[in-house]
Design a protein around this ligand. Structure first.
Ligand SMILES: *Cc1c(COP(=O)(O)O)cnc(C)c1O
Ligand SMILES: [Zn+2]
Length: 413
């Protein structure tokens, strides 16, 4: 049974100036307007590998490192503990020894966003918010909507009007109020932020963001646990805002601090679509700043963020870990989706195609060598983006229900 230590959060710490605040509803530094992050008193956490033997197979197995104090407030629809596939056929086709795919398409709402959403909606309940919501490129809308349904809270999601129809359908099915903004993600996000002046909502990736991002660390925890309590040699992570990439790194560092892994030599690689790649662009031009872009076009809609909030921190992680950054064109993304589906039976949305396409490019350029181990994060399901994926699948041949017609097709006449 879970027993929580209510004192586990030490502070909210400014990622820019380092000022610390008691854990509360604030999400921005009063001194420098920098973003805040949760710190823990790691030395007081008593945990070892054995502690995990009989725990729930959800993100909440790592509750000591998640920022919710009141276990009664946990909103759990089963996010996390997804399969880490050893991908033999994919590895062979790319000339590699050791490739794994962390398949987050199998989360309750079919994307990794269920990890941060379960933490954020639980925290919103703990804080007593009467409504929740988010700004989303698509997947977070469904995740927040599903968790708010379970929590019994109204939900308001701000999305760019042009995202995939299935993502909107999914969020609407859970009963969320969909606010489709005529504009891109950055504009939807800005409007959602302004809404906070008018409404006392818990917007999971805005005013609950310091807590929200903590949920994504569980991808790192699970990967280590599934590799036999070892950190992976290389990870490839798709980036929109860059928050997921930073969270994975924080998770690995926390596991090292707690001696749950012995060493940390992981190289962290960030992947973006060519049509919207401000972080990759900054990395390649050796800049410490990100130049936001206003106009962008990519089939990887979940990654289409022109002004990435965690971009500069993602750059630091990629440098500090001796990793790298690469992007993939729409054509390469579609090939990546197809390769993963046909070699491993995993059906990914374009963000997952970005990861696989970037894996291929990093191998071909020699950035990652063929005998190294690579873990690829596949973060959303192909069902999310059916209209895009239609482009690469053959239409079924229709026949009359007669054996002669069947034979004609099978023999290819
Ligand atoms: C949100 C998202 C990401 C990455 O998002 P960050 O903003 O970088 O944290 C990756 N893949 C999918 C499918 C997503 O929905
Ligand atoms: Zn500050």
């Amino acid at each position: 049974m879970i027993t929580f230590n209510v004192e586990k959060i030490k502070s909210l710490k400014c990622r820019e100036c380092g000022r610390e605040y008691p854990p509360s509803k604030i999400y921005m530094c009063e001194n420098c307007f920098g973003p805040l992050e949760v710190t823990y008193d790691l030395d007081s956490i008593e945990i070892n590998k054995k502690s995990y033997e009989n725990r729930a197979k959800t993100v909440w197995r790592y509750h000591e490192l998640l920022p919710v104090n009141d276990e009664k407030k946990i909103v759990d629809i089963g996010a996390g503990f997804t399969i880490l596939h050893k991908c033999k056929r994919l590895a062979e086709s790319l000339g590699l020894k050791n490739v794994y795919v962390k398949d987050d398409t199998v989360n309750p709402t079919n994307s990794f966003k269920d990890r941060p959403a379960t933490v954020a909606v639980s925290k919103a309940l703990e804080f007593g918010f009467k409504a929740v919501g988010c700004a989303s490129t698509g997947n977070l809308a469904a995740s927040t909507a599903a968790h708010s349904a379970k929590a019994g809270l109204p939900c308001y999601v701000f999305i760019p009007a042009n995202i995939e129809v299935n993502k909107i359908l999914q969020a609407a099915s859970y009963g969320a109020k969909i606010i489709a903004v005529k504009g891109n993600y950055d504009e939807a996000n800005r409007l959602a932020t302004q809404a906070l002046d008018e409404y006392n909502w818990g917007l999971v990736n805005i005013n609950i963001r310091p807590y929200y991002v903590e949920g994504s660390k569980t991808l790192a925890f699970e990967t280590c646990e599934q590799l036999g309590w070892e950190a992976p040699e290389n990870v490839i992570i798709p980036m929109g805002s860059g928050a997921l990439l930073c969270a994975v790194w924080r998770g690995l560092r926390q596991f090292l601090h707690l001696d749950l892994i012995d060493e940390l030599k992981t190289r962290v690689f960030g992947a973006q679509p060519f049509g919207c790649s401000p972080i990759v662009h900054a990395f390649k031009s050796d800049s410490d700043d990100i130049t936001p872009i206003d106009e962008f076009d990519t089939i990887a809609k979940s990654l289409a963020i022109g002004d990435p909030g965690d971009g500069i921190y993602a750059l630091k992680v990629m440098k500090e870990s001796n990793g790298g950054a690469e992007c993939a064109t729409d054509k390469e993304i579609l090939d990546g989706i197809s390769l993963l589906a046909k070699k491993e039976g995993i059906f990914a949305e374009p963000a997952g195609g970005v990861t696989i396409a970037v894996l291929k490019k990093l191998i071909e350029s020699g950035e990652i060598s063929r005998d190294e181990e690579v873990v690829c994060y596949v973060t959303g399901s192909g069902f999310k983006s059916s209209e895009t994926i239609q482009q690469i699948v053959q239409k079924p041949v229709e026949i009359e229900p007669f054996i002669e017609d069947l034979k004609r097709i099978i023999n290819g006449v």
